[in-house]
Design a binder for this molecule. Structure first.
Ligand code: ZN
Ligand code: CA
Length: 433
């Protein structure tokens, strides 16, 4: 934690340290406590959702999941208005980190070979906006706010930061948060000093979560503008000189957004992050790459592993981060298959072609032929399987009204599934009398 900056508050405001909020590099845990104060029981529900995600077996461990992303750049001074090339580079970096394709995985110590994991999650800038129009996946909003963090944080807490997500308060409203990962990029420095790099909302899916209201945290990720990309001309300096940036603040915050906690469990050795294969640690390693530390005794496959400064969910320097564990990868995939499944399933935000065509099948139950009518969207191929999964028929589809001769099929239940350009669009159950 950056005590230095709490002192800064004291000097500036005359308020005692005891009244100071915890201000640190990533404030996701504090964001949860903030919401818990407003909606008592929220923190418990986040924990329940975490357990649920952890204990729900992942359906598919190999399929690549693609999340559509919108970057909202909310800028005051021109250097905060990051060029497209920086955003594009950040997407590449995310796809490396979340696909274990980053070249610096070779720097991971061999100790962690037994736990290293590949989330197989990829990101793409949205190509279709919520109104169905083409988009670059980047919005730009000029604001008159020089920073989204000011002294009113002391009383209003996250309500101040959250204004970046509100058009009426100098920010930018989110896009449909079930369909897009919203990432706001802005300035959160205080008196010219950078101390807070980002925060994110964990998956909620909770009945008491006031979605999209100003009363609660609005879903998504917020990052300080200097942390984006590895080609950002703005130097990140938190008071002790330039910090090398490799886009991993965004990786870290998306880790939270997909359910992960800090690897040290935000406490001493008695606390952990709830993931079985992440080595526990006594406290975060702040921007260092000290590979001699083993602060907690743990038992991971019978081994007491050292502190994992290689983990994206640590506070280590970005230059020594390069890995998620298997447990972390599976937790994030479980969240995508459950609490955040609308991000990946038939999501119109992904591509225009991914829109599920509106089609009907009749009659159903059927006798000697079935007609498939496509009202909009595209489909070029269909296949019929029996309930054991055995392929019975496959046909090219060239017209919007397509007839299938089914006279040779035996009575029973069949699954007809539809594809376009090799992409699975969906399937329906049909029954022969
Ligand atoms: Zn964090
Ligand atoms: Ca250890």
């Amino acid at each position: 934690m950056k005590k230095l900056y709490l002192l800064l508050f004291t000097v500036w405001s005359g308020i005692s340290i005891a009244q100071m909020p915890d201000v640190e590099r990533c404030m996701t845990p504090q964001a949860i406590l903030h919401q818990d104060a407003k909606t008592p029981g929220y923190a418990d529900l986040v924990r329940e959702q975490f357990e649920l995600a952890k204990n729900t077996p992942v359906m598919k461990s190999d399929e690549e999941y693609v999340i559509p992303v919108v970057f909202h750049i909310v800028w005051n001074s021109p250097q905060e208005n990051l060029a497209d090339s920086i955003i594009h580079r950040q997407i590449e970096l995310l796809n490396q980190d979340f696909g274990r394709k980053n070249p610096d995985t070779i720097n991971m110590r061999e100790d962690f070979d037994i736990v290293k994991g590949n989330p197989r999650i990829q990101f793409k800038l949205a190509t279709i906006d919520p109104d169905g129009n083409p988009t670059t996946g980047i919005t730009r909003t000029q604001t008159n706010k020089t920073s989204f963090f000011d002294l009113s944080f002391l009383t209003a807490g996250f309500d101040v930061l959250e204004e970046v997500k509100q058009t009426d308060n100098g920010g930018m409203d989110p896009w449909n948060q079930e369909r897009y990962l919203n990432i706001w990029v802005c300035n959160m420095s205080f008196l010219g000093q950078t101390f807070l790099l980002g925060y994110a909302t964990p998956p909620d899916g909770l009945p008491n979560w006031p979605q999209g209201t100003t009363d609660g945290l609005s879903d998504g990720v917020v990052v300080q503008y200097q942390t984006v990309g590895d080609n950002n001309p703005n130097m990140l300096d938190m008071g002790q000189g330039a910090i090398e940036v490799k886009g991993r603040t965004v990786t870290h915050e998306i880790g939270h957004y997909l359910g992960l906690r800090h690897i040290w469990g935000d406490g001493d050795c008695a606390e952990d992050d709830g993931i079985d294969d992440t080595p526990n640690a006594d406290d975060q390693s702040n921007f260092d790459c000290d590979d001699t530390k083993n602060t907690c005794v743990d038992d991971i496959f019978g081994i007491d592993l050292p502190d994992m400064i290689e983990n994206y969910m640590d506070y280590s320097a970005e230059t020594c981060q390069n890995s998620f564990t298997k447990g972390q990868a599976m937790l994030m995939r479980s969240v995508l298959e459950n609490q955040r499944e609308k991000l990946i399933n038939n999501n119109p935000a992904n591509t225009a072609e991914a829109v599920l065509p509106d089609f009907s099948i009749y009659p159903n139950p059927f006798d000697n032929d079935v007609t498939i009518s496509i009202k909009n969207g595209k489909m070029d191929y269909l296949e019929v399987r029996d309930i054991t999964g055995k392929l019975i028929m496959e046909e090219k589809v060239t017209q919007d009204i397509h007839h299938i001769n089914t006279s040779h099929l035996q009575k029973g239940v069949y699954i007809v599934s539809f594809k376009n350009s090799g992409q699975q669009l969906g399937s329906r159950k049909i029954v022969k009398h």
